[in-house]
Design a binder for this molecule. Structure first.
Ligand SMILES: Cc1cc2nc3c(=O)[nH]c(=O)nc-3n(C[C@H](O)[C@H](O)[C@H](O)COP(=O)(O)OP(=O)(O)OC[C@H]3O[C@@H](n4cnc5c(N)ncnc54)[C@H](O)[C@@H]3O)c2cc1C
Length: 436
């Protein structure tokens, strides 16, 4: 291992790293793909929904051979009250052809994707932890040190795709320890249930799938739950902002246990058997937390660079796109024979021109909203008030509709702050937060 020299080393065989390795290997570069897990995906976790479009830019019709669970034809948003739900959903046959997205499991998807990079020529170096970057002076990255005995590898370019905790990003000084309001902690259970039960309970045909995003009942903390249908399992989880977890001294699994007891969720998972339980951080700092993306001999992608659009639960496709773009810049650098920031800064430009920058910029105000409005209001009082207001409007109890309408409005107003203008103010703030 000690004598090997590569055109590029990629650290991390998640969606970002594998996309980078695949792109470069396909163009003929000598690439090493280093992963600490026994195999790619061994320790990885997501919700998870995989999207067609971004990966198709790398591997046309990849979904025809990849191990996927169900084609998502219906997406629901649930606003939970204590023992009630207000739902919004969309189902469309058009989502089948071409498919828009699927549920997936990383333990199956990551090895498949990495095998594509291997077939393209990338050298897999798994079960190997990268402990640090090799530096020439304090400015230029010239490779990696690993936990293997003869564990140094040199390369012209190192692509850092080591996920949310990014040890190497910290060494580069571009990634500090994330602050508690920049990350959420998610826990997830995979619950075994027969195919037929899943199809009956979610109103699905054989390969059709459904996703449910859940607002409310997170103990008054900023966070979202999710319930996704796989072939013969359900993925149920919740992610809560770490600053709120600290403040409330609640453990994420306690929130998940609470959700499992909710009457609407309980019915859907009834009789299921928990097959896996896992936890993971999600980078949610968004646009304002994106670090410098390139330097002399290095680029950084995916979660390590905070590229997650939490509003649309898109992380894998941003990871794939950033990995591809880093790979393309590495190919250009290889041709030019220049691996300095002068050439690699093209990666910064490519990200700026991409959908990653545009989408994260759109939601850049969200953290301001979360900072100024307390989580209890947004994630407990309001969802509860919406449930109470809808209950009031639909209940036929002899009260005139005008009285009911006033009462429903008062419930919403009280949950927004109590004053007449509070609801409007919150609406405007919310609109601004969601629109850059
Ligand atoms: C609960 C949860 C639900 C989610 N749901 C969705 C969803 O539904 N849809 C979606 O698109 N996204 C979702 N995401 C986000 C998505 O999973 C991530 O954005 C995406 O996986 C990022 O890819 P990545 O390659 O940057 O990082 P990762 O997938 O984290 O990959 C990093 C890789 O680097 C390896 N590694 C780390 N350090 C080292 C080291 N020192 N040496 C060697 N290898 C190392 C790791 O083992 C890992 O394989 C979810 C995330 C979570 C936690």
């Amino acid at each position: 291992m000690a004598d090997e020299r590569f055109d590029a080393i990629v650290v991390g065989a998640g969606p970002a790293g594998t996309a980078a390795a695949y792109t470069m290997a396909k163009a003929g570069l000598k690439v090493a793909l280093v992963e600490r897990g026994e195999f790619p995906g061994a320790k990885n976790l997501f919700g998870g929904v995989l999207y067609r479009q971004q990966l198709e830019e790398l591997i046309p019709e990849w979904w025809k051979e990849a191990p996927l669970e169900r084609t998502i034809v219906e997406q629901r948003l649930w606003m939970l009250g204590e023992d009630s739900v207000v739902t919004l959903g969309h189902r469309n046959e058009k989502y089948k052809s071409p498919p828009n997205c699927w549920t997936g499991l990383r333990v199956k998807f990551d090895p498949w994707f990495a095998s594509k990079a291997e077939q393209a020529g990338a050298l897999p170096i798994y079960e190997t932890v990268v402990t640090e970057l090799l530096m020439q002076g304090d400015q230029v990255v010239k490779g990696i040190r690993t936990d293997r005995d003869d564990g140094e590898l040199e390369a012209n370019i190192t692509i850092v795709a080591d996920g949310v905790n990014s040890l190497l990003g910290k060494q580069l000084g571009v990634h500090r320890e994330w602050r508690p309001h920049e990350v959420s902690l998610a826990v997830k259970e995979v619950i075994g249930l027969s195919k037929q039960a899943i199809q009956d309970r979610f109103n699905l045909d054989a390969n059709e799938g459904c996703t449910i995003e859940i607002v409310g009942q997170t103990c008054g903390m900023a966070g979202l739950g999710f319930l996704y249908t796989n072939q013969d399992t359900l993925s149920l989880g919740v992610g809560v902002m770490v600053n709120d977890l600290k403040k409330h001294r609640v453990k994420p699994y306690e929130v998940l246990d609470g959700l499992k007891q909710h009457p609407m969720i309980k019915k859907l998972i009834e009789g299921g058997e928990v097959r896996e339980y896992s936890g993971h951080l999600i980078p949610e700092g968004g646009f304002n937390s994106i670090p410098p993306l390139a330097g002399n001999g290095w680029m950084i992608c995916g979660d390590a660079a905070q590229m997650v659009n939490a509003v649309h639960r898109e992380g894998t496709n941003l990871a794939v796109t950033s990995g591809r773009l880093a790979g393309e810049v590495a190919i250009a650098a290889h041709k030019a024979g220049d691996f300095s920031l002068r050439t690699l800064s093209a990666y910064n430009d490519a990200i700026r021109a991409s959908i990653i920058h545009k989408d994260l910029k759109k939601y850049r105000g969200l953290h301001g909203l979360l900072a100024y409005e307390n989580s209890e209001k947004l994630f407990n009082q309001l969802p509860q008030a919406v449930n109470d207001a809808v209950y009031e409007m639909l209940l036929v109890d002899g009260k005139p509709k005008k009285t009911k309408q006033k009462q429903a409005f008062r419930q919403l107003k009280d949950a927004s702050g109590g004053h007449n203008m509070d609801l409007l103010r919150l609406g405007i703030k919310g609109w601004r937060a969601m629109n850059g």
